[in-house]
Design a protein. Sequence first.
Length: 602
Amino acid sequence: MPTLNLYRKYIKPHLFMKIILLFAAITIVTIITFSYLMYLSMSQSALQRQLDVQRQAIESVSNYIGSKYDAVQTMMVDVYRDEELSFNMSYLMENPYSAYVEHRLDKFYSENSSSTDAVQFFRNQLEDDQDIRSLMLYSAEQQHLYAFNHNRQFKIISANAANSFIPDAMYLEEDSNVSTSNIWVRRAIKLPDMRLFSVRIPINNKQSLRNIGQLLVYFETDQIKRRLAQYEGDIMGEIVVISADGDVIYSSEGKDEGGKFPYLEQVNSSYDEGDLGQDFIMSKQVHTQGGFTVVSMVPKHELEASYSGLRKTIVTISSICILFTILIPSLFIGNFAKRTNKIIRFTRRVKQGDLSVRIDDRKEDELGQISKSFNDMLEELNQYIDRVYKAEIKQKHTELAALEARVNPHFLYNTLEVIRMRAISQGAADVGEMIYSLSVLFKSYVRKKPRYTLQDELEACRLYLELFRIRYKDKFSYDIHCESGLRDKKVLKMSLQPVIENYILHGLRADRKDNRIDIRVAADGEYIRAQVTDNGKGIASERLEEIRRGLEITGAETESFGLRSIHERLQLLHGPGYGIELQSKPEEGTTVTVLYPDLGEV
């Protein structure tokens, strides 16, 4: 309800306020919609750029580990290509190391040349690749581990099943792949606790194609860290390398290394990108030959934080745009509203009768043209008033003076005739009373008063009626009644007496003894209603319509000069709502109603 009252008071009657509110609503909705769409587009673009960086990072890691896997594969390819080297490696893997040494010596003495040494070949591989931390040959038949460390030192380690779990681990891991470093192997070769990943390749006898062992190469993960260092400051979240078994080979944050990756099922079921639960966005790259997967895990809150500044910027810019797109048009529209209200105020002053006002607006727009037209209209109206309206008022005053000049001698003549007839017929003592009434009445018309009241008009009517009451004695009576508080109201002079005179001249019946006239004055809203009712001859319907038409036609020449004069003067001075109304029935009487404006007291 208060909102409705506010609308009715401040918005409904003000067109420019409606325009401003409508424009503001359209502007706000448009800018918010555009800003939201722009935010979605830019945030998606920022997200895509970040995911591209993450993909480049995991691709770099995958390429590095893949290159190490390919390097180990190349070692075995080189071994298989060299017949003598392949035979010597098979002999080393299938026989004790002492037998391999004797075999090498026999070959040397029998052929007087040294054959390709498998041990030396793998020692040279460590020298060629500085990233290798340890290289190991596992003999499945002898259950021996031939280990080369990064210093090219060679050790033979027994891996008997009764003493370690190495044979079991090697038996389960016959496929070539990239994985974590085996804890039992690390203990056997006494590697320090460091971050490593392993590349494992099965070794087969080239002649029988029987698996005779495995080549196991350990690499330090520092190189992975160095590869990611070039993206420092750009990548987010965690980069994880996962083996085919789901073990964490490497984590950029050092978490869960050697353990199972907690989101393995979601990673395997996703394509290249997807959500990991509700907290992470994942990108991955799978190396099918090496059996490992490189995964980028970016927390969603980090991504949102990366473009939170973008959101604040868009909100700030949108707010500024909304402010200016509403403020600037509002200032222009407010100026138009001010000029329009100025025009309305001046029209109200003209409505109240002030025709001297002028609107000072010299602009050439529509409102300026309206103001100019308004001023021109007032100029023409003033000229018309000077030329026509004032002339008509002068004419009415002339007619009023002529009426008064016509009425007074006529009235004086009638009064003297009454006195004469009375004196002739009776010579009675009431002649003095009639003469007194006549003199008072005559003085009321001749004497000019600055303010003429209803009391003055009613007193003039009473004196006039008193003369005829004395003349007709018991044949005529009258009654005058006026509501209290109305006698001091200002009225038009000679606005009731002509009505009474019409009755005396045209309505009174000398052959009747009950002639009567009543005058009733009462307040009726913004009017003062004076009603004169008689029981005289009345007026025929055709004649009544003729009199009414004559009252409505300005300047018409009719026999009812007194009634027309009263009617026209009241309408001329006070407006069309005032004047005379007539009701009459033949042989029953006539009612004349005079409507005055309430002009206040003197």
